[in-house]
Design a protein around this ligand. Structure first.
Ligand SMILES: [Zn+2]
Length: 398
């Protein structure tokens, strides 16, 4: 049985090392390698190499793939003195990383040379208190919370699905929420649209939701768009920069518009829909899974379209489906778990049953396929014109 020293010497013989001066040169290069800090949280909090990614040694194998998906990108791994990083470099080699070096002498040697250091972004005491239940989860932690605080989510609709989804996203500390909704609060909304209240009757839903969300969490900035999403405004609204779109609109014209915009802009959509006792959730992640048009290339002709009149819905159902959508959004933002890409989750409230269906990409899809035929937005505005409900109902939110 080798002693620790012998084992360390053996590992060091199997890996490549650089000294602090060489590491500095790599750090200054036009295309610097990834600097990976494998020290513990407390050490990292006191400062590290600028731009470094922090994964404590104990979590290295489980987390490195999401931090460094490209195994060909060179990595400089470091710890305090170069021992833990030597073992880490060996593990990374075994995981298929092709070009890994360990910083001999570690961060101590780097600092001794007077090379630049940086305090990591961190949370102030108020945020530590507010998000303490997130910080206790290793998969979230300070890093995940910082990601959420820097994230931007666009909600289409502040109705049944948008209400619970936006409340949970705001509570979780998603830094910027955009709300697109051109409707006002109506008494018939209050059976399920919990972002609004009786005293807000007649107010813009976007404004009402903004008040509710900002009262819940002042860390969150809410941007409102009191307009119906259409081919004219969609690019302007998306240009404000969003990481994920949460589609709670549940009507054909908006669904196709959001889908095409998502593919054109490369922004994932978390889709939800509800009817009576049944709900559905899926994630359309452009080019990684199917898009809505892979499944339904065109909307049905108006005579075959489902009624545009408001459908009934059990009040709590949007709460369940909207919360599932918020869950998918949080996972996408933090890069954790398995999002519902290529899977449609179905919920039956009467039977209390979940089931899921696999969805596949269509290589001939008119928008995300190999030879797309749809390259501009289409407004399906006449969609409901045949019915007496007219345009208003086309935008009705569940
Ligand atoms: Zn597609």
């Amino acid at each position: 049985m080798p002693s620790y020293r012998e084992l360390l010497a053996q590992v060091k013989a199997e890996i490549d090392e650089v000294d602090a001066a060489q590491a500095r040169e790599l750090h200054e290069a036009a295309e610097p390698p990834l600097f990976l800090d494998v020290r513990e949280d407390g050490e990292w909090d006191e400062g590290g190499i600028p731009g470094a990614v922090h994964i404590p040694r104990g979590n290295l194998e489980s987390r490195v793939e999401s931090a460094a998906p490209d195994r060909a990108r060179p990595i400089v791994v470091y710890c305090a003195v170069g021992a833990r990083s030597a073992f880490a470099a060996k593990s990374l080699g075994e995981l298929g990383y092709e070009n890994v070096v360990s910083l001999a002498g570690g961060y101590t040697e780097w600092k001794r040379n007077g090379f630049p250091t940086q305090l990591p972004a961190t949370l102030d005491p108020e945020k530590r208190a507010r998000y303490s239940r997130h910080l206790l989860i290793p998969e979230v932690g300070v890093e995940g919370q910082l990601k959420l605080l820097e994230s931007r989510v666009l909600l289409i609709g502040a109705g049944g699905l948008g209400s619970p989804a936006s409340l949970y996203l705001a509570a979780a500390g998603v830094g910027r929420l955009g709300i697109v909704d051109d409707d006002r609060v109506d008494a018939s909304n209050l059976q399920r649209q919990i972002a609004h209240s009786t005293e807000r009757l007649g107010e813009w839903k976007a404004d009402s939701a903004k008040r509710t969300l900002e009262a819940l969490n002042p860390d969150v900035e809410v941007v409102t768009y009191k307009e119906r999403l259409n081919s004219e405004n969609v690019d302007r609204i998306l240009a404000d920069g969003w990481d994920v779109i949460l589609d709670g609109a549940d009507n054909f014209p908006t669904r196709y518009l959001v889908n095409d915009a998502s593919v054109f802009h490369g922004i994932p959509v978390v889709h939800g829909s509800i009817y009576r006792f049944e709900g559905q959730v899926t994630v359309f992640k452009p080019h990684e899974g199917p898009c809505y048009r892979c499944l339904f290339p065109q909307p049905p002709p108006p005579e075959l379209a489902p009624s545009c009149a408001e459908g009934g819905v059990l009040g709590v159902l949007p709460g369940i489906i909207g919360s599932l959508q918020a869950n998918e959004v949080l996972k996408l933002l933090m890069g954790i778990g398995e999002p519902l890409v290529g899977r449609l989750l179905l919920f039956d409230a009467l039977a209390t049953e979940f089931s899921d269906v696999t969805l596949r990409r269509d290589p001939n899809c008119p928008v995300c396929g190999e030879h797309p035929t749809i390259t501009e937005y289409i407004d399906y505005i006449q969609f409901c014109a045949a019915g007496s409900a007219g345009g208003k109902a086309a935008g009705a939110r569940p």
